[in-house]
Design a protein around this ligand. Structure first.
Ligand code: ZN
Length: 215
């Protein structure tokens, strides 16, 4: 039987990008992405502290294939910081696609962290933008709040969850991924690569049902 973990006062649940565009019917749908919403609603209720991230791009963002003449979604370009996947236009600031899912019920979330708002840099991670040096400010916020352990859930497992997990670890937090509260998009083997990376970093993975609420 899997070990149980208790969500205490120094733990925070980071819910990654539970937005319309990342769910079926959206511009950049993660297959079965909507299935995690009820799971996350249940898990979030066991945490005192929840942070939501929101992908939040200006029009003409670097990560949009439409920004680059002759390029198609899921191709790669060379950005100033290295390779960058191209995506359909998604999560444009102020549009319905950028809004959180209506069925996401986490009223006690304490912070909404927006990311990806610099036109020329994408930000998969909730901690660093894709240049790997520009901070979003989240690590400082979590430290000032006294959190030491970050639980991760959301979309997509193999991009924004993956990089957020890696960077949370790099920033010195203990990290746990809630497996059944994530779904992946799987571009060129990215789910398998994420599984390997999490294992190499020693990042624990649990199911939503194994998390108990601390008093
Ligand atoms: Zn994006």
């Amino acid at each position: 039987m899997a070990d149980r973990v208790t969500a205490g006062d120094r733990d925070v649940l980071l819910v990654v990008d539970l937005q319309n565009d990342f769910c079926p019917g959206g511009a950049l749908a993660v297959p079965r992405g909507d299935e995690v919403v009820p799971v996350i609603n249940r898990v979030a209720a066991t945490f005192h502290h929840v942070v939501l991230t929101q992908d939040w791009h200006p029009r003409g963002h670097l990560s949009f294939a439409s920004t680059h003449a002759g390029k198609k979604p899921y191709e790669t370009i060379e950005a100033f910081y290295g390779p960058q996947e191209l995506w359909p236009d998604h999560c444009v600031q102020g549009t319905p696609g950028a809004q959180f899912r209506d069925d996401l019920q986490v009223p006690h979330a304490e912070l909404v962290l927006r990311k990806g708002y610099h036109r020329d840099v994408d930000s998969y991670s909730a901690f660093y933008e894709n240049d790997r040096t520009t901070h979003t400010g989240l690590a400082g916020y979590l430290r000032e709040r006294g959190f030491t352990r970050v639980f991760l859930a959301g979309l997509a497992f193999d991009f924004c969850v993956r990089y957020s997990a890696e960077d949370a670890k790099r920033a010195g937090f203990d990290v746990i991924v809630v497996d059944d509260a994530c779904r992946g998009i799987d571009i060129r083997g990215s789910i398998a690569a994420t599984d390997q990376l999490l294992a190499r970093l020693g990042i624990q993975r649990v199911t939503a049902g194994s998390i108990d609420s601390g008093a």
